[in-house]
Design a protein around this ligand. Structure first.
Ligand code: NDP
Length: 312
């Protein structure tokens, strides 16, 4: 039965604390993955960041590990999430350091080929789409954005379940009652999908939007099918955020900058008229990480885009 708690127990610093938690973020050295890693570390977690470029992970960890408080950002890997062998190696490396994993953020992703379908002549449309895209490019986009999310999650299920079943006294800020039922659904996976997977327009990249649609559905499938393990699976569907994907580059600290002008030139209405911020991604990440009553949810953080373009 739900119980009443004192008002002071509802302070943000308590209900969003991840102190002592162990987290892993794929693609955590730049962009949205780095924002999630910072959010979790700032609130007390030991956050491992993985990716293919070791130097990017190392410099992001040095630049962004919190100076005050117990949280840490720790490079691990390198790991290519499209390789089962690499995932197995990553899993073993993490198991050698930690006996459980509270949060897995499946964030690594790539964009795909671009071919804008804004032609009414079918012959011209065919020529453009046929010539500008290759099946191998579609395979690559699906392999990183969908297939790897599945295999990364599967690889870490035992370590995640080990967090869910840890005794209450070992779980920081578990619940007021600490009953086994309340501890259930503690460990969780956050999949970074996209608003692109929910809208009906292709934005000139069919393969990416189709892949992200699959990422959204995969999240729902895993939430339902893995329910018995006590591991929640949710997704954040971001709109425009600064990253290497959106700006093709990042600085020495793994950060990118996305101006209002660029966002407003995307060809569809963006009510917020700007990119999303580190804080806004952090709020979404902490909400899904901590709220045990949310499972199988797709949390859209898009500055209102999907209120304006055909989508959900
Ligand atoms: P970035 O390119 O900055 O981040 C992607 C990260 O994933 C990189 O750090 C990259 O590191 C890593 N990565 C890519 N491929 C692999 C791989 N095969 N194995 C391991 N790591 C990999 O872009 P974003 O921050 O934008 O992208 C993060 C996620 O957010 C993606 O899933 C993207 O689709 C999604 N997204 C982004 C939006 C945005 O506006 N930024 C909007 C909606 C969704 P490395 O190259 O070193 O491996």
């Amino acid at each position: 039965m739900a119980q009443n708690v004192d008002t002071q127990l509802l302070k943000a610093e308590r209900i969003f604390s991840v102190e002592g938690w162990v987290c892993l973020v794929t693609g955590g050295g730049t962009g949205i993955g780095l924002m999630c890693a910072q959010a979790l570390a700032a609130n007390g977690a030991r956050v491992y960041i993985a990716g293919r470029r070791k130097h990017v992970l190392d410099s992001a960890a040095v630049a962004h590990s919190p100076h005050d408080g117990p949280g840490q950002i720790i490079p691990i890997g390198p790991c290519d999430v499209t390789s089962k062998a690499d995932l197995e190696k990553l899993c073993k490396e993490l198991e050698s350091r930690e006996d459980h994993l509270n949060v897995l953020v499946c964030n690594a992703g790539i964009s795909g080929p671009k071919a804008v379908p804004d032609l009414s002549d079918a012959t011209q449309l065919r020529a453009r789409l046929w010539e500008k895209e290759e099946p191998s490019e579609w395979d690559g986009v699906f392999r990183t954005n969908v297939t790897s999310v599945y295999f990364t999650t599967v690889a870490f299920l035992p370590l995640l379940q080990a967090a869910s079943t840890r005794p209450a006294q070992q779980q920081q800020h578990a619940t007021a009652s600490g009953s086994p039922r309340h501890l259930w659904m503690g460990a969780n996976v956050i999949v970074i999908s996209s608003m692109s997977g929910l809208m009906r327009g292709s934005q000139g990249h069919f393969s990416y939007n189709a892949a992200k649609g699959a990422t959204v559905h995969l999240t729902k499938l895993m939430a339902t099918e893995f329910d018995k393990t006590g591991i929640r699976v949710n997704s954040i569907a971001p709109g425009y955020f600064p990253s290497e994907m959106t700006m093709s580059d990042s600085d020495a600290r793994g950060k990118s900058y996305l101006s209002d002008d660029i966002v407003q030139g995307k060809g569809h209405p963006i009510p917020a008229a700007r990119a999303g911020s580190d804080e806004e991604m952090a709020q979404a990440c902490l909400f899904l990480a901590k709220n045990r009553y949310v499972n199988g949810e797709i949390l859209v953080v898009d500055g209102g885009v999907l209120t304006q373009v055909p989508g959900r």
